[in-house]
Design a protein around this ligand. Structure first.
Ligand SMILES: [Zn+2]
Length: 68
């Protein structure tokens, strides 16, 4: 799969994880620093990205990618 993501530490291919339930999603919020100047202040709710966790099977490093 060309969309595979690699661990920045050990270059292992990351495994995509499923967020269980909604509590985690509600806790996580991605706020761009660019919104400080109002550039993204007009962003609508349907354009908010969902954070998708990826974990490295080798070092257990977890990275969040914002995907639609
Ligand atoms: Zn790793």
């Amino acid at each position: 799969m060309s969309s595979e993501k690699a661990c920045p530490d050990c270059e292992e291919v990351l495994e995509q994880m499923e967020l269980q339930g909604t509590d985690v999603v509600e806790t996580l919020s991605i706020v761009s620093k660019a919104s400080d100047d109002g550039f993204l202040s007009s962003m609508r709710a349907d354009e908010i990205l969902t954070p998708v966790p990826y974990v490295c099977p080798n070092c257990r490093r977890t990275l969040l990618y914002a995907e639609k």
